[in-house]
Design a protein around this ligand. Structure first.
Ligand SMILES: [Fe+2]
Length: 346
């Protein structure tokens, strides 16, 4: 496995770049906007293709690199389903998995620092965001933080992992880089409490100042979904209602870019073809499936995904590949459901 712990000194944030092999797919956790050039350089040096960028929660102390990485690498942006961020490509919930080639992250909902805080696990390590820090825990006094929920996330979820599990947090302010679950259980002062009430008392009496960047970072991080607006201005977007009227027409083919797990969970638009977003470039090659559908079979291509982000990027890529008739459903399956479009279960 390729594993890089990257540091942003301004916000003391750790970001993690993970891949199963050189030349393969990569994923990044908690990227920082100011460091995006460095990530891109490292991806190039290690010959990696970034396919997913994941935030553990909505950050208040730095601007996320999710939007910039999506623009520059066409990766899929991922956050938890509770997140208030306007558009991410894919939302995950407790028990889901985030897959890339050769690696599968477990998704653990660990609210408390914020109500959209998640931890992500590999067999030997866990990325704990701001839920569990080295000898500390994330503050719970803003962004719908809740010390009771955090106690449950810590004692009910993270501390149930095996003692030797490596702990990689989203921040460290003292220069520590990694810990273990066993070490934190034994030595983390916040975890030496006898009851949830004692924990709540500690967290409620911290009286911390707001993060310096909070007024800038939170609004910026709420709005990372810009790809769809650009595509709509170019006239390549169909509203869900418009799309509903053309479903089933012989000259149209709907293309579902989501992953299998999303299809199983959320349902599928009838008669749509499944071509997952990571295979898009292959399918857009001159003799690829999408050219065959559009040219040989004279079909109009209409892409869709969960929220319209992946499909907006797919329309742009299809147009770039010469498929001028390609469109997508603005707002994705979420808008489709609001427009009461039909769905079938997988
Ligand atoms: Fe945070």
């Amino acid at each position: 496995m390729i594993f890089r712990q990257l540091f942003d000194p301004t916000s003391s944030t750790y970001s993690y770049l993970i891949a199963s092999r050189r030349g393969g797919e990569a994923l990044i956790i908690d990227p920082v906007l100011e460091r995006v050039d460095r990530y891109i350089q490292l991806l190039r040096e290690l010959d990696l293709k970034l396919v997913k960028a994941v935030d553990t929660h909505l950050h208040a102390d730095h601007i996320t690199g999710l939007g910039a990485l999506r623009e520059r690498t066409h990766c899929i942006t991922v956050m938890g389903e509770q997140s208030g961020v306007d558009v991410v490509s894919m939302r995950v919930a407790d028990g889901d998995r985030i897959d890339i080639e050769g690696l599968s992250l477990g998704v653990i909902y660990t609210p408390g620092h914020t109500d959209d805080s998640y931890s992500f696990s590999l067999p030997d390590r866990v990325f704990t965001g701001d839920t569990l820090l080295i000898r500390g825990t994330g503050r719970t006094d803003f962004q719908n933080g809740d010390p009771r929920a955090q106690y449950e996330s810590l004692f009910g979820r993270l501390l149930k992992l095996p003692d030797e599990t490596l702990v990689y947090p989203a921040h460290d302010y003292k220069g520590d880089t990694v810990s273990t679950i066993g070490e934190e259980r034994a030595f983390n002062p916040r975890l030496q409490v006898k009851s949830v009430d004692e924990y709540v008392d500690i967290m409620n009496s911290l009286n911390l100042p707001d993060p310096k960047m909070m007024d800038v970072a939170v609004p910026a991080n709420m709005r990372i979904g810009l790809a769809q607006e650009t595509v709509a201005h170019k006239g390549w977007a169909l509203s869900a209602a418009e799309a509903r009227d053309i479903v089933g027409r012989p000259d149209t083919v709907l293309i579902d870019l989501r992953e299998r797990s999303e299809r199983e969970k959320q349902g599928v638009i009838p008669d749509s073809v499944h071509l997952p977003y990571p295979d898009l470039q292959k399918n857009l090659k001159p003799n690829g499936l999408l050219h065959q559908l559009a040219e040989a079979k004279a079909k109009r291509l209409v892409f869709y995904c969960a929220f319209g982000e992946r499909s907006a990027m797919a329309v742009q890529a299809a147009q770039d590949a010469g498929l001028g008739g390609a469109r997508h459903i603005h707002g994705g399956l979420q808008a489709w459901k609001l427009a009461e479009g039909p769905l079938t279960q997988q």
